[in-house]
Write a protein that binds this ligand. Structure first.
Ligand SMILES: Cc1cc2nc3c(=O)[nH]c(=O)nc-3n(C[C@H](O)[C@H](O)[C@H](O)COP(=O)(O)OP(=O)(O)OC[C@H]3O[C@@H](n4cnc5c(N)ncnc54)[C@H](O)[C@@H]3O)c2cc1C
Length: 548
């Protein structure tokens, strides 16, 4: 048991940012860069070595590296999530410093213009976020050759699948040099890694923030709720989690603001616990252990928090080819191939500088549905499956998808996906089926390639229908949407929870900046787009009049 610290009573903050993920770290950095006093609160422990993280396999003892630093250990989250994954969510999410950016596979994409133009409101279109995109990619450019010797290791899977698709007419591109080319194109996986290590916001934005006297970071500290009078927030109530802080931390009277960046599940939960959301959800909180401290119902703000839940629709297929070579990244936790561990530790080269489980190629296709809507498919291959020559290839349905789900809260104050957002629209399903048929066609004549799933006697449609539309079979860990941005104020029958400045409707000084504000799904893995949202939100928030 580690002792908790009380919240200092002699300090207030211009901005309190809750959650240190893809949204929280960059926004905290930008606000402190502008000279504001910023407190970043993270419920989990430190992750990467730079920040004092300690979780590691024996072969990293004596180094400053943890499991989070080494790209080849990124899938350990599935083998050993204890103390790393969130325990108040029915899905996989990272509850450590860095959030998803500490545990994810590091895939890092410059968004397609349609990702903004299809989904986001005016002021957030591709032209509006262009400057923010430049800023993000100048700090975190990404790489297609993460090993420090510039070589790609274990590329047999890429060569088989990528070569076959190119023979079938798909175009090879450098993805982040051509973000608008997402139709029958193929590229190498692009990662946020740098120097052979995880990189990303933890190695850039958090480093610059931490160098400023205006910036304070508390880890192991859970935000319970925002403290407010009507629409005016005065602080955040925090609870200690293994050595963090407990008490009420205040914002600067009059001008201070709170930013929720606790992720699609965490920000929705904080809103519910702060009396902001649909009445059915607030009544659940009122009947929980929160009841005695919850804001009175005459001050509840009725907004559609938790609706508009979204995730990429994942559909896994499996193929095999004799040239494909499996590498046991899971086994490497206890028994790494000694020479591979040595080259990684000495020079950050070799298979451990690459993401487990050997991800790639990535390829894209746009399918126009019979409803006239363009739907973007992102295919992501990895060397993993039933055979040691297998590749599992996940088709993600993103931009253009219409289906949405709902997130709710339980009396135990856990959040759950009560309505999964998968394939609730017939044209979404049509795109998934047509995309699969297109891939089958493209791979039809590849010598030695066999289909494991779906089998040749099953049609694409039968197969797509046979996979249940539930998170365990379709989930992609790319959750977005529970506090949607838009101009149609949810208090008066609209669908939006935050306005175009990311401010929660009905409040003076409460904002949400993370994946939860996304109105719709984007093409590829979302972390880079979330960092862009944070960069863009920072300009909007900083441009607001300072006094309320
Ligand atoms: C296993 C996995 C693999 C993934 N792979 C990729 C990938 O390769 N590429 C990619 O682009 N995306 C990937 N993603 C998705 C991506 O990481 C997330 O979409 C992204 O991190 C979400 O950003 P966010 O800021 O909304 O929330 P998060 O990054 O989840 O951050 C939220 C933070 O808030 C903290 N928090 C929550 N509640 C509280 C509270 N009450 N008090 C204090 N702190 C709180 C959490 O601990 C967490 O640190 C992956 C996700 C997972 C889970």
């Amino acid at each position: 048991q580690v002792a908790c610290g009380a919240v200092p009573t002699d300090t207030t903050y211009d901005y309190i940012v809750v959650g240190s993920g893809a949204g929280g770290i960059p926004i905290a950095d930008k606000l402190s860069e502008a000279g504001h006093k910023v407190l970043l609160i993270e419920k989990g422990p430190p992750s990467t070595g730079r920040w004092g993280g300690t979780m590691k396999p024996a072969w990293l003892n004596g180094t400053n590296l943890t499991r989070f630093d080494v790209p080849g250990l990124c899938n350990q989250i599935w083998a050993d999530p204890v103390g790393v994954s969130c325990t108040d969510v029915d899905q996989m999410a990272g509850c450590v410093l860095g959030g998803g950016t500490a545990v994810n596979a590091g895939l890092w994409w410059k968004p397609h213009p349609d990702d903004w133009d299809t989904n986001f409101p005016d002021g957030w279109k591709s032209k509006d976020v262009a400057a923010a995109t430049e800023r993000v990619f100048s700090r975190i450019p990404g790489t297609i050759t993460p090993s420090m010797d510039g070589k790609r290791y274990l590329s047999q899977g890429f060569d088989v699948l990528g070569g076959s698709l190119q023979s079938a007419g798909w175009e090879y591109i450098i993805p982040n040099d051509n973000p608008e080319k997402k139709n029958r194109t193929i590229g190498h996986s692009t990662f946020m890694y740098s120097g052979g290590e995880r990189g990303g916001p933890l190695a850039t934005y958090l480093v610059s923030a931490s160098g400023r006297k205006e910036f304070t970071l508390w880890t192991n500290t859970v935000a319970k709720r925002v403290v407010r009078t009507g629409g005016h927030v005065t602080g955040v109530e925090v609870e200690c989690n293994r050595g963090g802080h407990a008490g009420i931390v205040s914002v600067t009277p009059g001008t201070g603001r709170v930013i929720l960046s606790a992720g699609t599940f965490g920000s929705a939960k904080l809103l519910f616990r702060s009396g902001i959301g649909p009445t059915d959800q607030l009544n659940i909180v009122k009947n929980s252990t929160d009841g005695p401290t919850m804001i009175l119902s005459n001050q509840w703000i009725n907004l559609p928090v938790g609706y508009n839940l979204n995730d990429h629709v994942g559909t896994d297929i499996e193929i095999a080819h004799p040239d494909v070579v499996f590498y046991d990244y899971y086994g490497a936790w206890t028994k790494p191939i000694v020479s591979d561990a040595e080259t990684y530790l000495a020079n950050r080269t070799g298979p451990f500088a690459q993401a487990a489980p050997n991800i790639g190629p990535i390829f894209w296709e746009i399918i126009k549905g019979s409803d006239g809507v363009n739907r973007h498919l992102h295919w992501q291959a990895r060397v993993e499956g039933a055979l040691n020559t297998s590749m599992t290839v996940t088709q993600y349905l993103g931009t253009g998808s219409q289906s949405r789900g709902r997130l709710t809260i339980t009396r135990q104050l856990n959040t759950l996906v009560s309505t999964p957002p998968y394939l609730r629209n017939e044209h979404d399903k049509e795109a998934v089926v047509l995309g699969l048929i297109s891939l089958q066609e493209s791979l039809k004549t590849v010598a030695g390639l066999s289909w494991i799933t779906p089998k040749s006697n099953v049609t694409a449609e039968q197969f797509v229908n046979s996979v249940p539309a539930i998170p365990s079979r379709r989930g992609s860990n790319h959750w977005t949407g529970t506090a949607k941005i838009g101009t149609d104020d949810g208090r008066t029958g609209g669908t939006s929870v935050v306005d175009l400045n990311t401010k929660v409707y009905g409040t003076d000084n409460l904002f949400v900046v993370d994946a939860s504000i996304f109105p719709g799904m984007i093409t590829a893995n979302p972390s880079a787009a979330i960092v862009i949202v944070a960069e863009h939100a920072a300009t909007k928030i900083l441009a607001l009049p300072n006094s309320l």
